[in-house]
Design a protein around this ligand. Structure first.
Ligand code: FAD
Length: 501
């Protein structure tokens, strides 16, 4: 195989594939090599099969935000000519809210969503009005951040100043407590944080407004045939333009000849050379494993220490013997809220009380349930339940302790599911659980986060790569972009725009 390329990507996650497909679309002569240790492209935007259970499970949820006419992601996919090839499912509901004493549906259209919330929480009408005004202005400005940085979106600087002075340093929890006095309403609004791996005490409010704006006002859609379909199409684009997606190949090290500029990579299949290398792996892993010592890297590592990972996820995959809609799971997505109003997520550094952490993560935090059968009936009767978790509470894989913990997690999540959806009892045919250790194993995200970086109130860690001391090295992943596919595509587009500079 050819050893010399114009650019090499370490990792074939969605950010890398989005970058590669846009790069070869814009510059058809660029020869790009994308290398991944997996045997399938996509990183976490992928699926896995269980032939005995006749099941294909999606790893990440594959909900695409920004898929309306004015959405960032729809524009990029349209430019690539992919919107027709992607078979999309558009849901009428945002999610179904499940409390122990009431269940109601919330619409996917922002106007109807407000009406739905007003119906359920009439005493909060003034606060809701003000909240949605705030969302329309500051959520919108955050949403178009990449466009603004490239001069394609004109922002009102007075609004921007106001947001940075008054909203940027608030957590979602602080902000929602100031705005609403109904705890159930606060939990419903904060639930959207699960899409980016954060509890309301973790996430920065300004960033959160942008996420809510993206998912609620810019149109969202699911890809039929799983996110693997999107990853495969992007990989195909790279190969059709003369590039290569080399799978089943581990990158061991980045080569920099005189230490100051990049030269290529050392892999399990030999060396490959290029003077631009894009790192798609988690930056914490990359900085500890992929580079030789270099005096300038100390500063980079110090800046990186401030980049906090998102919460990780514990996920229950299951199949049922009847379509889930017939078993009480009527919506594509349901949020299941616990009875305990006072629960607190353990801080990410606190590993002092494992049992309490288990209780908080599995039994008391919001559980998100996806009905894959509704999104794509040809995929079978598949459900998937997610709760946020933390790798700090999980022992190493293959140990007895790990197996026992997995067993406890499975029982706890199943019990919660049966309580919320009792008709599922006796109809679950196959169950399997993935833990934060699973993410570590499949992505090299040493912090176990499947989402990337946490966007809190302090953004300083996100620019750890600025002024990187080895020229030609770029970082390219949800860790620098902020989580989610839409952000990954937006960041990748920005990197393509810098190619010729
Ligand atoms: C449960 C869950 C649900 C989610 N749902 C959604 C959703 O509905 N919508 C949404 O927009 N986002 C969702 N996300 C987030 C989204 O999946 C991630 O943000 C995104 O997939 C991250 O992509 P990435 O390219 O940055 O990284 P990754 O997917 O981690 O890709 C990194 C790649 O690099 C490879 N790699 C690492 N080290 C090496 C090496 N040394 N050699 C070779 N290859 C290497 C890995 O194998 C991997 O393929 C979800 C995440 C989770 C965990």
């Amino acid at each position: 195989m050819e050893r010399h390329w114009d650019a090499i990507c370490v990792g074939a996650g969605i950010t890398s594939l989005a970058f590669g497909a846009q790069l070869v679309h814009r510059y058809p002569n660029v020869r790009l090599l994308v290398i991944d240790k997996h045997t399938v492209p996509g990183g976490y935007a992928t699926m896995f099969r269980r032939p005995k259970a006749d099941a294909i499970f999606d790893c990440s949820l594959h909900k695409l935000s920004g898929m309306g006419e004015r959405g960032n992601l729809f524009r990029i996919l349209s430019d690539l000519g992919l919107t027709k090839e992607l078979d999309l499912h558009r849901s009428e509901e945002y999610f179904e809210a499940n409390f122990h004493d009431r269940v109601f549906k919330l619409s996917n259209s922002i106007e109807q969503f407000q009406v739905d919330l007003l119906r359920e929480f009439p005493a909060q009408s003034q606060a809701l009005k003000e909240f949605f005004e705030e969302l329309a202005v500051h959520g919108r400005n955050g949403y178009y951040q990449f466009q603004m940085m490239q001069g394609n979106y004109e922002v009102d600087f007075a609004e921007l100043r106001f947001a940075h002075r008054h909203l940027k340093n608030l957590t979602v929890e602080d902000a929602l407590r100031q705005r609403f006095n109904d705890p159930d309403l606060r939990r419903i609004i904060a639930a959207t944080g699960i899409y980016v791996g954060g509890f309301s005490s973790d996430l920065g409010y300004l960033y959160f407004l942008h996420v809510l704006y993206a998912t609620l006002t810019q149109g969202n859609a699911y890809v039929k045939g799983s996110s693997q379909r999107l990853s495969d199409l992007l990989a195909q684009r790279i190969e059709n333009a003369g590039g290569k997606v080399l799978l089943g190949t581990n990158v061991h090290r980045v080569i920099s000849d005189n230490q100051d500029s990049v030269n290529g990579v050392v892999t399990s299949k030999g060396n490959f050379y290029a003077n631009r290398v894009y790192i798609n792996a988690s930056p914490h892993y990359a900085m500890s494993q992929l580079f030789d010592e270099h005096p300038g890297l100390t500063l980079v590592r110090m800046k990186l220490a401030k980049l906090q990972p998102s919460r990780s996820t514990t996920t229950l995959y299951l199949t049922t013997d009847l379509p889930p809609e017939q078993l009480g799971v009527e919506s594509a997505e349901s949020m299941i809220f616990s009875e305990n109003l006072d629960w607190e997520p353990p801080s990410q550094s606190d590993d002092s009380c494992e049992m309490l952490a288990e209780q908080a993560f599995w039994n008391e935090s919001t559980m998100e349930l996806t009905n894959y059968h509704l999104l794509d009936p040809s995929g079978g009767s598949i459900l998937c339940a997610n709760v946020l978790d933390d790798i700090g509470h999980w022992p190493h894989r293959k140990s007895e302790l790990y197996k026992e913990k997995k067993h406890r997690a499975q029982l706890a999540l199943l019990e919660r599911l049966y309580q919320a959806k009792p008709q599922l009892c006796g109809h679950v045919k196959y169950v399997e659980l993935s833990s934060p250790r699973t993410y570590e194993r499949f992505t090299n995200n040493t912090d176990g986060a499947g989402y990337g970086a946490m966007v809190g109130t302090d953004l300083s860690g996100h620019i750890f790569h600025h002024g990187f001391p080895i020229s030609g090295v770029h970082f390219l992943s949800a860790w620098v972009a902020g989580p989610s596919y839409e952000a990954a595509f937006g960041y990748a587009e920005m990197k393509v725009n810098q190619w010729a500079a």
